[in-house]
Design a protein around this ligand. Structure first.
Ligand SMILES: NC(=O)c1ccc[n+]([C@@H]2O[C@H](COP(=O)([O-])OP(=O)(O)OC[C@H]3O[C@@H](n4cnc5c(N)ncnc54)[C@H](OP(=O)(O)O)[C@@H]3O)[C@@H](O)[C@H]2O)c1
Length: 345
């Protein structure tokens, strides 16, 4: 049996692969009717989408930890929404869900694709919809497992995190403080640095846009650096490598300073510091930890409830602003987790 709907799905598709910074020409807007549901299907109305630096990588041809988005495909995006039609008893109408919804107003998830889409119920009493895209969502899980599993923090150590005022960075620094580490952020501009120290409770934050960070890093980390959680790569990574301690852990989470390069990625020239300090550098891909998200979400939700963790989101409205809104990530205009609001809850 099928259910029919008369809804129109408004979509943003990848029209062409960008060279350097994406432009509006890389995108195409389409409208198509929502097809009828069959047994097992779930129809989700998108409420808000997570805009992520990784989207830039998904626009490129080539092998990565996940296949690229194909030309003419709906752009991949994680999001939160509400079930508005369902042929699946696990996802009743009215339930809030998160998953890979895509940059579109409606997402029909076939029964066979529920797991692939990562469709999961979310409880809006535990956190707001935007918090489910931030500390309770993919960036929060990245910060949690990147720090806990790869960083292996110990109380009394010094952690440095770049992109400190962003989605992943805010989680990492706050968790480090909860665990009894010294937390030092690196972020662009005084407003972000002040917020990281005064609101999130980091011990210090270095404004990399004010000039070279070397001296400020030495002052902020008098005992050296035990964990560097790297979100940006490039020169900042190279500089932090000059301050690491014996057995330091460098968590390679991202390299946003390199994502729009038209020349090859600039690798660290100070990597011999790893040898001298018997240190290690290790990558993290958050999706590897999907089976353990529930445990981490419970822990993070507890910190939120107790007021020990803050969650800041930067919400921009309107699916048609997607091409320009995405760029905020690459020029540092987002202050907190960048969220695209698609519809009212
Ligand atoms: N490995 C994984 O599984 C995984 C999962 C999620 C995210 N990530 C990575 O984690 C990093 C942070 O992601 P997010 O979602 O939390 O983004 P975000 O930090 O909320 O936003 C990106 C921020 O990067 C900073 N930035 C942009 N260009 C820069 C440059 N050239 N040099 C230094 N900083 C720059 C900007 O902050 P400022 O104003 O401070 O410059 C901008 O606000 C990204 O590299 C992302 O790819 C990895």
């Amino acid at each position: 049996m099928t259910t029919t709907t008369s809804l129109t799905n408004h979509q943003v598709r990848l029209a062409a692969r960008p060279v350097g910074m994406p432009t509006r020409d890389n995108w195409r807007f389409t409208d198509e009717p929502v097809p009828p549901l069959t047994d097992g299907d779930v129809l989700v109305k998108t409420l808000a989408l997570s805009l992520d630096p990784a989207m830039r990588g998904w626009m490129n041809e080539g092998k990565s930890y996940i296949p690229p988005v194909g030309i003419d495909e709906v752009m991949r995006a994680g999001g939160v929404g509400v079930v508005i039609d369902s042929r699946n008893p696990q996802f009743p109408v009215g339930a809030h869900v998160s998953g890979s919804l895509g940059v579109q107003t409606h997402c029909l998830v076939p029964g066979a694709d529920i797991r692939r889409a990562g469709l999961a119920p979310i409880d809006t009493r535990v956190g707001s919809l935007t918090q489910w895209l931030n500390v309770l969502g993919m960036p929060g899980m990245t910060g949690y497992f990147g720090l806990m599993d790869v960083g292996q923090p110990r109380a009394g150590e010094t952690l440095v995190v770049s992109g400190a005022a962003g989605a992943v960075g805010q989680t990492v620094g706050q968790l480090a403080k909860i665990l009894g580490l010294r937390a030092v952020g690196i972020a662009g501009g005084k407003a972000k640095c002040d917020w990281v120290v005064n609101e999130l409770g980091f011990d210090a934050c270095i404004d990399y846009k004010a000039g070279p960070i070397k001296d400020a890093l030495r002052q902020a980390c008098p005992n050296g650096v035990d964990i560097y959680f790297d979100n940006v790569g490039g020169e900042i990574l190279d500089t932090v490598l000059t301050r690491i301690n014996r057995k330091a852990r460098i968590v390679i989470c991202g390299a946003i300073s390199q994502y729009n390069n038209t020349t090859p990625v600039k690798g660290p020239s100070n990597y011999m510091s790893l040898l001298v300090n018997r240190a290690r550098m290790e990558g993290i891909v958050v999706f590897d930890y999907a089976d353990r998200y529930p445990q981490a979400i419970t822990e993070m939700a507890g910190y939120l409830r107790e007021g020990r963790m803050k969650s800041k989101e930067d919400v921009v409205e309107g699916i048609d602003t997607f091409p320009e809104t995405l760029l905020k990530l690459f020029n540092g205009e987002n202050f907190g987790k960048l969220v695209l609001k698609v519809a009212d809850a």
